[in-house]
Write a protein that binds this ligand. Structure first.
Ligand code: NAD
Ligand code: MG
Length: 378
């Protein structure tokens, strides 16, 4: 089991009297800079003058400076920019102004592990990665708690690197929840693998393949949407809350029998082999190379894939169906992956025919709790 660090393992004093430059004021930059400031630390936000975060940071009472000025004299530089721009901004604005001996902090290991950033030998290189989108981090902090985080040390010439990472985590409230130590490589590669194979790639591919199968067999797209997309959240909520057994014992016996007896026909030995190949491409840096090439040459590939997705049948049907739920629709979808510049894309596509109002049926019937022992709480 991993060691979990708490408040008593971390000392905010390590950062007292030090200047902390937070570069970027997006999801992570905004939450982290404001929490660290509210923990009594000396924080300046480094931004492009005239960029849209500049006014937002000012409005939130932050000290704001251009990136070069923020980095100058800073003891800790927190690089909270989108992964794909970190290399360029580091080279042009951070590196030339970095104080000798300053610590450089990241919220994701990508730039270091895949060579986008090569920090000087005399710099501490650390990671403090909250396991949450920024807005939730801030919310938990304001409630007097925090979200769990990972820390890692890549370079430690000062001998203080881990103490600094733990202090940053404490300033965010993360040590109240719990902090786990990892390495840059473990964090970066597992994070990419999770996004690709399970969370973003795997889940969407599964949903879309199921939807397409029903529609191709003549089912109404609206029915297919409910079955293959809408209900995913209900099931995932059960799994997230109490693990696989909580889900299996909450759905109907019919759902349980069907699911357990059929699922290995989907995720076959070949699928697992392909997953291992995806992991290897990540570990060998092939994925990062491919993505950085696209990011630095106008994002053409990502844009094309996004356009295709936006105009897919399930997206067109989904817009219509979700409007039925408008009274309870969440304000904004929170992204946990780095964002691309906003694009209008083909998302405006209209459904080809008016959709009939489908009956919302509940297929995930609860069965008596008696059948199995409830999942044990740890
Ligand atoms: P973001 O896209 O929300 O914010 C990026 C910030 O950088 C914005 O202030 C933006 O204005 C600024 N910026 C963008 N391009 C720039 C450029 N060329 N020059 C200067 N500034 C520029 O990013 P984020 O999601 O907060 O991600 C930051 C880091 O945190 C990444 O390493 C990411 O992997 C990591 N991370 C994110 C999350 C999350 O939930 N969003 C969670 C854990 C870790
Ligand atoms: Mg992740």
């Amino acid at each position: 089991m991993a060691k979990i660090y708490h408040d008593s393992d971390a000392d905010l004093g390590v950062l007292k009297g030090k200047k902390i430059a937070v570069i970027g004021f997006g999801s992570q930059g905004k939450a982290q800079s404001m929490c660290l400031r509210d923990s009594g630390l000396n924080v300046v936000v480094g931004l492009r003058k005239g960029g849209k975060s500049w006014d937002d940071a000012k409005k939130n009472g932050m000290k704001v400076a251009e990136i070069a000025d923020a980095v100058t004299d800073a003891d800790v530089v927190m690089v909270l920019l989108p992964d794909e721009v970190q290399g360029t901004v580091y080279k042009e604005e951070i590196e030339p102004n970095l104080k000798p001996g300053a610590a450089i902090d990241f919220a994701h290991g990508f730039s270091i592990v895949f060579g986008e950033i090569k920090p000087p030998k005399k710099a501490d290189v650390i990671m403090m990665a909250p396991k949450s989108p920024g807005p939730m981090e801030r919310e938990m902090f304001l409630q007097g708690f925090g979200v769990p985080a990972l820390i890692a040390v890549e370079q430690n010439p000062s001998g203080e690197a881990k103490k600094i990472a733990l202090a940053l985590a404490k300033g965010l409230g993360a040590t109240k929840a719990g902090v786990i130590e990892t390495t840059f490589t473990e964090e970066a590669t597992s994070d990419l693998f999770g996004e690709q194979a399970v969370l973003c790639g795997g889940v969407t591919a599964l949903i879309e393949a199921g939807f397409d199968t029903l529609v191709k067999a003549g089912y109404q797209p609206e029915i297919a949407y409910f079955e293959c997309l809408h209900e995913v959240k209900l099931i995932v909520d059960l799994i997230q809350k109490g693990g696989m057994m909580h889900m299996w014992t909450s759905v109907s016996n019919t759902a349980e029998y069907g699911g357990l007896s059929r699922r290995d026909r989907l995720i076959t030995a070949d699928t697992r082999k392909e997953m291992a190949k995806m992991l290897k491409e990540i570990q060998e840096g092939k994925f990062a190379k491919e993505w950085m090439k696209d990011a630095k040459s106008g994002m053409k590939k990502i844009q094309k894939m996004e356009d295709e997705e936006a105009s897919s049948h399930i997206e067109v049907v989904g817009k219509e169906i979700r409007s039925l739920f408008e009274f309870q629709a969440p304000k904004k979808v929170k992204k946990t992956v780095a964002k691309k510049p906003v694009k209008k894309a083909a998302a405006k596509a209209k459904p080809k025919k008016p959709v009939a109002k489908p009956k919302v049926k509940k297929t995930v019937a609860k069965k008596p709790a008696a059948k199995r022992p409830a999942p044990k709480k740890k």
